[in-house]
Every structure is written in structure tokens, then in C-alpha cells.
Write a protein that binds this ligand. Structure first.
Ligand code: 1CP
Length: 350
């Protein structure tokens, strides 16, 4: 695509996600762009989050900040899982200190009419424009694109705001399974369209965030969500980039989520990587999973915990990350230190 020659070796991140042998382990952080960085806070001042996502120059700058500062092995597009919803005309705002808030939450069948298909070229041209700027600046370092998984997006649309247990969404699934399924299918189509456009514009890996799937039982996940997520992963396979699937607090769903068919599973810090490897087998790469509070606890703890994690992590098919997003109170210097530690510890002598 935007790579000059097909003979170029793929980026380290892509090779690790394909479970190839690599010269050292790649590392990046979920939420590496954002409030932990003073340069981000300065740029964000007075600009609403979603407006920032729709301003290619600013979006590009914020995406590049953590790559420059920490030397991570990938950028992740600065956007949000609700950006495509705004793109199809849903009235959504990201409230500071709260998260996504939907003006008119989805409660009945007629609400589905508000969820038309996404046409990325017309609805979100700024995203592709930002990706083109970013990939030109990043050079060899790959850019990760992402989308919200159908269930997690549905939980915001139905609840109308962040919710701890997604009770309204889960009640809708129980009471009106056909309606809920229709909602998820439409959201899958939106995620697929968004991811296709991101790959066409130049992202070299994608992550699907089903952050809140962990509130479901395995039986409900398998019945209501898995078939839709499986279709999503099948439809983006042809894009030819590695696909990562991630949820929080979802250890009980690990096997079921892996059945959706991604190339890699993101693992939160509650499940040891050795256990994940044992339960999922060799066929899928793993990403994770340092507890995001470790970088708050000082250099000594950081080194001890990083060494312990790496000692128990699979040799092949592992991408180092936190078990969830960077906490806003994290000292960015600790993240820079962590990148250096992972590189030094995993570097192969050749
Ligand atoms: O650096 C990066 O990781 C890229 C930027 C990014 C990503 C990947 C943002 C910017 N959001 C996301 C994904 C996202 N958004 C997820 C999935 C990842 C996860 O599990 O954390 C989710 C659930 C959201 C929804 C969201 N957006 C929340 C969570 C609210 C809740 O339900 O608890 C919040 C707080 C936001 C706002 C947001 N998104 C991104 C940023 C930098 C912010 C904070 C905005 C601010 O500075 O006020």
C-alpha cells in the first residue's frame, strides 16, 4: 500500500503479531497518547476531544507525541471508539472526566433507524487524512488503527454514558434479543467500514476493543456477541493486517473471545500470560499485560515486575503492553524507562 517495496521486511510489531521470530520484543501502550503527557494537555487545552479527532494536524501531532518521547514500536491513531458513531450522525460528546455521553440513548427498535451505514470517505475524511500525515512522519514505525467492538459500542449507545456493569444493555439483550442482535450487526458493519478505511489509508495493524465484554457470562457472550464479532474479524481478514482483540476483566471469556478469530489476543493484567498461552495454545499471539499501576510504583518495582513478566511470557508471538490503558497520573518518564527495559531485556545477541 504505502510501503515502497514489497520486499521490505514487515515492521517488528507486525512480525511479532504474526508469531515470527524477532530480534527483540515490540512494545507500545494502550492510551499512550493522552493525559499522562504534558505536551498533550497543552495542545488539548480548550478543544473538545472529538473535534481534536477531526482535525488532521492535531490528531497527527498527538499520535506522534508518545512515539517521539518514548521510542515505542508503534503509534496508535488518536481517535476514540465513538468517532464513527459521530460520523453517522449520532449526537455524542466526550465529557471531560466522564467519557462518551449519548444525547438520546437507544432504547427501542425505532432507535436503530438512527444507525445508518458508515461511509468513511464522506463521513470521516479527516481520519484518512490524519493517517496519511502520521504514516509519512512515522517512517518505519507502524501505525495501529482501531475500532470499538459491537458489544462495547452498543453498551454506550444503550446506557447513554459510561456504566460499570452495562445493566441496561444486558437487560435489552435478555428482553429483546432480536433487536439487540440487529443493533450489534449494524455496529459491526460500522466497525468493518471504519477499519477498512483506516487500512486503506495506511495503518499496519488493527485492534478491536471489546473493553466491556467482561460483564457478560460466557454463555451470553457466546450466544449474543461471538457470532457478530466472528463476522467482524472474518470480514477484515482480507485487509491482510494483523488483528488484535482486547477486553478487560474478561479472563472467563478468553477462549470464547479467541474463537472470534483474531491473530492476537490482548490480555489484561489479571490473567498471567503463561495461563493465557496454556488456555489459547500456540496459534494466537498475545499482547500485554503489565498492571497499569506498576509504573506508579517506582523504578525498582518497574524493573522487577517487567523482568518477571518477560520471564513468564511466550518467546514468540508476544507484544509487550500494559494490561489496560496508561493511567492519567503516570509519570511519562517511567514509560520511557519501561520501553528501554523491554528492549534491553529482550534484545537478542546476534
Ligand atoms: O493513545 C491511545 O490509546 C489512542 C487514543 C484512544 C483510544 C484507543 C482514545 C482517546 N480512546 C481510545 C479507545 C477507547 N475509548 C476505549 C477502548 C479502550 C479502553 O478500554 O480504554 C473506550 C472504552 C473508550 C471510551 C472512552 N473514551 C472512555 C472510557 C469511559 C468509560 O466507559 O469508562 C473515555 C474516558 C474516553 C475519552 C478519551 N478517549 C481518548 C482520550 C485521550 C480520552 C480522554 C479525553 C480527555 O482528555 O478528556
Amino acid at each position: 500500500m504505502n510501503r515502497p517495496e514489497t520486499t521490505d521486511p514487515a515492521p517488528l510489531l507486525v512480525r511479532a503479531l504474526r508469531r515470527e521470530e524477532v530480534e527483540r520484543k515490540p512494545v507500545w501502550f494502550m492510551r499512550q497518547a493522552g493525559r499522562s503527557l504534558p505536551e498533550y494537555r497543552e495542545l488539548r487545552e480548550g478543544i473538545p476531544m472529538l473535534e481534536m479527532c477531526r482535525t488532521p494536524d492535531l490528531c497527527a501531532e498527538v499520535t506522534l507525541q508518545p512515539v517521539r518521547r518514548h521510542g515505542v514500536d508503534a503509534g496508535i491513531l488518536f481517535s476514540d471508539i465513538v468517532t464513527p458513531l459521530e460520523g453517522v450522525g449520532i449526537d455524542v460528546e466526550i465529557k471531560s472526566g466522564v467519557g462518551p455521553v449519548i444525547a438520546e440513548p437507544f432504547r427501542r427498535a425505532s432507535d436503530l433507524e438512527r444507525l445508518r451505514p458508515l461511509e468513511p470517505d464522506a463521513d470521516l475524511p479527516e481520519v484518512a487524512e490524519a493517517i496519511r500525515i502520521i504514516t509519512a512522519e512515522l517512517g518505519e514505525t507502524p501505525l495501529i488503527g482501531f475500532a470499538g467492538a459491537p458489544f462495547t459500542l452498543a453498551s454506550y449507545l444503550v446506557e447513554g454514558r459510561p456504566s460499570k456493569s452495562q445493566e441496561l444493555a444486558r437487560a435489552m439483550q435478555l428482553e429483546e434479543p432480536a433487536l439487540f442482535r440487529d443493533l450489534l450487526e449494524r455496529l459491526a458493519d460500522i466497525a468493518i467500514a471504519s477499519l477498512k478505511a483506516q487500512v486503506e489509508a495506511g495503518v499496519q495493524a488493527v485492534q478491536v476493543f471489546d473493553s466491556w465484554a467482561g460483564s457478560l457470562s460466557e454463555a451470553t457472550y457466546r450466544e449474543a456477541v461471538l457470532p457478530v464479532s466472528r463476522r467482524l474479524f472474518a470480514e477484515i481478514e482480507e485487509l491482510g493486517v494483523p488483528r488484535i482483540h482486547f477486553a478487560v476483566n474478561a479472563g472467563h471469556l478468553m477462549e470464547a473471545m479467541a474463537e472470534a478469530g483474531s491473530d492476537a489476543m490482548g490480555v489484561d493484567w489479571r490473567t498471567p500470560l503463561s495461563e493465557a498461552r496454556q488456555r489459547l495454545g500456540e496459534g494466537v499471539a498475545l499482547q500485554g499485560n503489565l498492571d497499569p499501576t506498576v509504573p506508579l510504583a517506582g523504578s525498582e518495582v518497574l524493573e522487577r515486575e517487567t523482568r518477571a513478566l518477560l520471564a513468564a511470557a511466550p518467546e514468540r508471538g508476544h507484544v509487550f503492553n500494559l494490561g489496560h490503558g496508561v493511567l492519567p497520573s503516570t509519570d511519562p518518564a517511567m514509560l520511557t524507562e519501561l520501553v528501554g527495559l523491554v528492549h534491553d531485556i529482550t534484545e537478542k545477541q546476534s
